[in-house]
Design a protein around this ligand. Structure first.
Ligand SMILES: Nc1ncnc2c1ncn2[C@@H]1O[C@H](COP(=O)(O)OP(=O)(O)OP(=O)(O)O)[C@@H](O)[C@H]1O
Ligand SMILES: [Mg+2]
Length: 318
């Protein structure tokens, strides 16, 4: 097993392979265009919370995310075409380049996060989706609901209803119908897989794009960055006692930030993540990977990641 000093020292914050132009950098991924309408998507160890990239990277987070997304995408290929082509390195996915649809398709099976904050204010709908009365935080909805948001270029994603999506011309009605049906099928599959591993997939987010005329599932799915998971064991007992379920997701870091005075509001100072917290987050991500895939997570240390990345990119440049 690799020691923790080595893990902390070999984080990938920013990829910068020699001889290549700057990639499109998202909060977590660096995306390189390749010939033949392909992309090399590099999952870095950056972590974002409350729409801010934190100052310190999380050991192995990129690998875990990338491998878990690839594993999960392979489980749903019978439902919808996926962008995944191959994984030449644990941090890198080669994908079909798609024109992204500018909507994040959020599916919620339980009342938590943003939906719970709206509910607490007395609202009984989120993004136009109705929520019944009488629910407590973390309770399941009678049926999963779709609560889309816009995909803002910068800043905060906003709630948008299915009606607004279609009326604004963002997505045509038949395409939205296909997307929403597909999202519910994907969520059902994700829940089934999670349930078989003793977990509850509470909510998640999907992104779609067009590869030519083909609606395609892009980005990451069913990862700890895009989803909330609860442990099934003890869930009912904790709920009966009015307590929060045990979560396996990014919630841990959000909580730590909240305790340290940061919720992404203007004027707040982002605290520095101590190594201990970075390692705790790593362990939580690794545990979720192992629980979902049923495989041990073995960290791969790449001494010179930029050199390795350049070699991978060059292979696809020909
Ligand atoms: N197959 C694909 N074709 C085109 N774009 C893709 C594909 N897969 C993922 N993307 C886009 O690549 C980016 C991945 O980067 P990342 O997840 O770090 O971004 P983000 O911070 O979530 O979002 P944004 O880039 O919008 O700020 C996302 O914008 C995602 O929509
Ligand atoms: Mg993303």
């Amino acid at each position: 097993m690799v020691n923790t000093d080595e893990l902390l020292a070999h984080c990938i914050s920013l990829s910068n392979p020699e001889g290549f132009d700057d990639p499109r950098r998202g909060k977590v991924r660096d995306v390189y265009a390749l010939p033949g309408d392909k992309l090399a998507i590099v999952s870095t160890d950056r972590i974002s919370a409350y729409d801010h990239i934190l100052g310190e990277p999380i050991p192995c987070k990129g690998q875990i995310l990338n491998l878990m997304a690839a594993w999960s995408l392979r489980q749903v290929q019978d439902i919808v075409p996926v962008h995944l082509i191959e994984v030449p390195h644990p941090n890198i996915t080669i994908a079909k380049k798609c024109s992204p649809i500018a909507v994040e398709v959020v599916v919620r099976g339980h009342l938590t996060g943003h939906a719970w904050r709206q509910y607490q204010k007395g609202l009984r709908s989120v993004s136009g989706a109705a929520m019944p009365d009488g629910l407590r935080e973390f309770d399941p909805f009678p049926e999963p609901i779709i609560t889309p948001t816009t995909k803002a270029e910068a800043g905060h994603d906003e709630d948008i209803s299915a009606e607004q999506i279609v009326a604004s011309g963002l997505i045509s009605e038949p395409v939205w119908k296909k997307i929403s049906q597909t999202a519910l099928q994907l969520f059902e599959r994700g829940r089934k897989i999670a349930a078989s591993r003793g977990l509850i997939l509470a909510d998640t987010k999907y992104e779609f794009g067009f590869n030519g005329q083909t609606l395609t599932l892009i980005d990451e799915i069913h990862t700890p960055d895009s989803s909330r998971y609860f442990y099934q064991e003890g869930f009912d007992e904790l709920r009966a006692a009015g307590k929060a379920p045990v979560q396996l997701s990014k919630e841990y870091i959000r909580e730590w930030l909240r305790e340290n005075g940061f919720t992404g509001q203007p004027g707040e100072v982002m605290p520095q993540l101590p190594d201990e917290i970075r390692l705790n987050v790593f362990q939580k991500y690794a545990r979720l990977y192992e629980q979902i895939t049923g495989e041990a997570f073995t960290p791969v240390i790449t001494p010179d990641f930029d050199y390795t990345l350049a070699a991978v990119l060059n292979k696809f440049m020909a």
